[in-house]
Design a protein around this ligand. Structure first.
Ligand code: NAP
Length: 244
């Protein structure tokens, strides 16, 4: 039984992704930092779809747990990994708290790369696999409201570009999904126009389609490609004065 591992599966988009993969007949490995939530989701998938599912616990910021996780997955058959892990955090708090800054950077970038590295070694040994990793349009240009988060996502994007370059020779595709606003608990405190925010279910289905097509980098929904093209083209002397 070969599993699609979903990292951060117990979040709003993660739950929809787990259901989407299961609905297409894939066995799903639910990976989350909350064991009870991961177990409940895994049970729901098996009750609702004719598939196998299992759950594993992992907090990406727990280096000791990553070592155990690395050992444990060697016994399992994993055909691909989809990562939805992310932490928006509080930009204002981060400006006076080293801990908050570290949590944002580690969760979205440094710690996550350690876990991606574990899967990368696993797929290289197995000579097969795929990655689909969620990043954010916030990584395309830093803005005052969330630049620590944006910088961490940008770091992840650069890391993924290099990893894709390395894995392409081994036929292990890596899809990066740069998300715009999605209606989840992460964005619930923001005032976002209806036109700019998408539903988690719609996004999960689009992620699945793009991963299955082995796309390299996709903006979802697609209109964010054009929005970010405009935002990136704004000269810095103008951009620095915009309230974003
Ligand atoms: N929502 C948006 O508007 C938006 C926009 C652009 C990009 N994104 C990105 O989309 C992804 C999914 O976000 P979402 O909106 O679905 O938010 P979410 O519901 O908060 O999901 C985030 C997921 O990351 C997990 N996570 C956080 N810290 C972790 C840690 N230390 N170890 C393991 N897992 C951890 C959370 O676990 P718990 O379930 O235990 O909390 C949750 O499953 C994130 O990467 C986010 O940055 C979201």
């Amino acid at each position: 039984m070969s599993y699609v591992a979903i990292l951060g599966a117990t979040g709003d988009i993660g739950i929809e992704l787990a259901n989407t993969y299961a609905s297409h007949g894939h066995a799903v490995m639910v990976i989350g930092r909350n064991t009870a939530a991961a177990k409940t989701l895994s049970k729901q998938l098996m009750a609702q779809y004719p598939i196998k599912s299992m759950h594993l616990t992992l907090d990406v910021n727990d280096t000791g747990a990553i070592k155990v996780f690395k050992r444990d997955i060697q016994q399992l058959d994993i055909k691909g990994v989809v990562s939805v892990v992310g932490y928006l955090g509080d930009q204002q708090k981060a400006e006076s708290s080293d801990q908050e800054t570290q949590l944002i950077i580690n969760t979205n970038f440094s710690s996550l790369t350690f876990v991606i590295q574990v899967f990368s070694q696993y797929f290289k040994t197995k000579k097969s696999g795929f990655f689909a990793i969620i990043t954010s349009v916030a990584g395309d240009r830093g803005k005052k409201s969330n630049y620590t988060y944006g910088a961490a996502k940008a770091g992840l994007s650069t890391y993924l570009s290099g990893l894709r370059n390395q894995l392409s020779g081994l036929n292990i595709p890596l899809t990066e999904i740069k998300l715009g606003y999605v209606k989840t608990k992460m964005s619930q405190d923001k005032q976002i126009s209806k036109y700019l925010s998408a539903e988690p279910k719609e996004i999960a289905q689009l992620i699945y389609k793009n991963q299955q097509k082995n796309k390299n980098i996709v903006y979802l929904p697609l209109k964010w490609y054009w929005i970010m093209k405009v935002i990136k083209s704004i000269p810095e002397f103008v951009f620095k004065k915009i309230n974003l």
